[in-house]
Design a protein around this ligand. Structure first.
Ligand code: DGL
Length: 270
C-alpha cells in the first residue's frame, strides 16, 4: 500500500485524457498533474529538446513525492522509448506499450493506422513495437501537427467545422489502406474522439492512448502492491508553465470537474 500521489505529465491538456480514466478506475488515488503548457507543442521539436524538457518535468514531479510517473505524452514516450524510467527511483511508464497492446488485440485484419505528432511518427516507436507484437502487421502512420494547437485552443467539440476540415485532410492518408484499427497516439487526440469517429463512419476501433496509459498505470500499481489504502475520493493538484485560467477552464470542460488547485510554475525554475 502506498498513499503518495500518482504523478502524470504531458506538454499540455492531452494528459487529462489519462487523468480522466485514472479518476474512473482509481478514484481514491491522489494525482499531481504537470502540464508544460508554456512549451507545448513538443511534437514539432527535435528529440534532444524533447528529452531535455521531459527530464525537467519528471524531476519536478519526483520532487512532489509522487509514487510513480505516468508519462501521458505519446511524443515523450516514443522519443524516450525504453529509457523512460532510466535512473529514476520510482517506477515510470509511458503510453506506448499499453496502447500498442490494445491496438494489436483489437485488429482483426492486422492493418493498423497511427495518427500522432511529427516527432512520434518520425521515431518509428509505435510501428516497431506493433511489428514486434504482431509480425504480419500492415502499419501506416500519419503526422497530424495541427491537432495539438487546435485542442489547446479549445477546438475539440465534435461539431467544430475547422477541426473537421483539418481532420478529413489528415485521415485521407488512410484511404485504400483497409485499416480496421486507428491508434490515437497523441494523448491530445482522444479529445477529438467523437469527431474522428464520425469522419471514419464509426467503422474503426479507435485506440485512446490516454485511457490505455491509465489502465497500464493501474496494472503497474496493482502488481507492485502500491495502490492507495484510503477510501475517500483522491485530491488533484495541477501545475502548468503558462496561464492558469485557460487551462483550468478547458480542463474543467474536459474532465467534467472543477480544477480547483492549479498553480503556475516558472520554466526557469525547473
Ligand atoms: N499530448 C502530447 C502527445 O501525446 C502532445 C505533444 C505535443 O505537445 O506536441 O504527443
Amino acid at each position: 500500500m502506498d498513499n503518495r500521489p500518482i504523478g502524470v505529465f504531458d506538454s499540455g491538456l492531452g494528459g487529462l485524457t489519462a487523468v480522466r480514466e485514472l479518476r474512473r478506475v482509481l478514484p481514491a488515488e491522489d494525482i499531481v498533474f504537470f502540464g508544460d503548457t508554456g512549451r507545448v507543442p513538443y511534437g514539432s521539436r527535435s528529440p534532444h529538446i524533447i528529452k531535455e524538457y521531459a527530464k525537467q518535468c519528471m524531476d519536478f514531479l519526483e520532487k512532489q513525492n509522487v509514487k510513480m510517473i505516468l508519462v501521458a505524452c505519446g511524443t515523450v514516450s516514443s522519443v524516450l522509448g525504453e529509457d523512460i524510467g532510466a535512473e529514476r527511483k520510482i517506477p515510470c511508464m509511458g503510453v506506448l506499450e499499453p496502447t500498442v497492446k490494445a491496438a494489436v488485440s483489437a485488429t482483426k485484419n492486422q492493418s493498423i493506422g497511427l495518427i500522432a505528432t511529427a516527432a512520434t511518427v518520425a521515431s518509428g516507436s509505435y510501428e516497431k513495437l506493433a511489428a514486434k507484437l504482431l509480425p504480419e502487421v500492415n502499419f501506416t502512420g500519419k503526422a497530424c501537427p495541427l491537432f495539438v494547437p487546435l485542442v489547446e485552443n479549445g477546438y475539440f467539440a465534435s461539431g467544430c467545422e475547422v477541426t473537421r476540415l483539418v481532420a478529413k485532410d489528415y485521415l485521407s492518408a488512410f484511404e485504400g489502406k483497409d485499416i480496421d484499427t486507428l491508434i490515437l497516439g497523441c494523448t491530445h487526440y482522444p479529445l477529438l474522439y467523437g469527431l474522428i469517429d464520425s469522419i471514419t463512419d464509426y467503422k474503426l476501433n479507435l485506440i485512446d492512448s490516454g485511457k490505455e496509459a491509465a489502465l497500464g498505470a493501474k496494472e503497474l500499481l496493482e502488481e507492485r502492491n502500491m495502490l492507495s489504502g484510503t477510501k475517500k475520493i483522491g485530491d488533484m493538484r495541477f501545475f502548468v508553465t503558462d496561464k492558469v485560467e485557460g487551462f483550468a477552464k478547458l480542463g474543467k470542460e474536459f474532465l467534467g470537474e472543477e480544477l480547483k488547485n492549479v498553480t503556475r510554475v516558472e520554466i526557469d525554475e525547473l
